[in-house]
Design a protein around this ligand. Structure first.
Ligand SMILES: C[S@@+](CC[C@H](N)C(=O)[O-])C[C@H]1O[C@@H](n2cnc3c(N)ncnc32)[C@H](O)[C@@H]1O
Length: 206
């Protein structure tokens, strides 16, 4: 059995299918108190938990399908795949995802199938490369760390310069480059069971 197949078996067996807080039409495999997620051997299985930025951005896309309908979309730092799955449900022409965590890539494929949507491709780190061939780049809660934020900001600069529209969901974490963002909407979301306010922003050229 491959490592990916073993991870998929573990997720199916131990991470219960859970309705997305505030978006009951979507469901994802998420870690519960009995999941034993540490057995996957990861330091930080971010994909297994809810993130306020992704929850807000997913809600925004479903509330505003005109933002995504017929467009080619990339979910950057996709985690569980929530934002890309919401984009597909909202009518995106094609959805791809980028993730550096191989276990997250397994979870994205499982969660897409669970919600009966297609994620065309799941790639690794794209932040050092050129702007991808998409119309819309979605960034859910990727400004959680100053080092990651610096790399992501430089990539987003290249993307908007190439004509890609960028939408960011974030609960105003400290490394968020607020000077580059225009607030489109704000939502009260449930991250780790606690209410948290998160914004959805358009990223503007520098
Ligand atoms: C805080 S989680 C948010 C996940 C998801 N977007 C959401 O909102 O639920 C950030 C994710 O970004 C991934 N990540 C970090 N740096 C990345 C990079 N350079 N390229 C792709 N993914 C990255 C991490 O592995 C992690 O799964």
């Amino acid at each position: 059995m491959t490592k990916a197949a073993a991870v998929a078996d573990f997720i199916r067996a131990h991470l219960p299918v859970t309705a997305v807080p505030g978006i009951p039409a979507l469901k994802l495999h998420k870690a519960g108190s009995a999941s034993g997620i540490g057995r996957l051997g990861e330091a930080a299985p971010y994909w297994a938990y809810w993130w306020a930025g992704g929850l807000a951005l997913a809600r925004y896309l479903l509330d505003h399908p005109e933002q995504v309908g017929g467009r080619r979309v990339l979910d950057l730092g996709a985690g569980s795949g929530l934002v890309g799955i919401a984009a597909a449900r909202a009518g995106a022409a094609q959805v791809t995802a980028s993730e550096i965590d191989p276990n997250a890539c397994v979870a994205i494929a499982l969660n897409a199938a669970l919600n009966r949507v297609a994620i065309a491709d799941i790639t690794g780190d794209m932040t050092q490369g050129a702007a991808p061939a998409v119309d819309l780049l979605l960034v859910g809660d990727l400004f959680y760390d100053p080092y990651v934020a610096t790399r992501v900001t430089a990539f987003l600069d290249r993307c908007v310069a190439a004509g890609v529209t960028v939408l960011v969901g974030d609960p105003w974490r400290a490394p968020l480059p607020v000077e580059r963002l225009v607030l489109r909407a704000a939502y009260e979301v449930a991250e780790a069971g606690a209410p948290k306010r998160a914004g959805v922003f358009a990223y503007r050229p520098g």
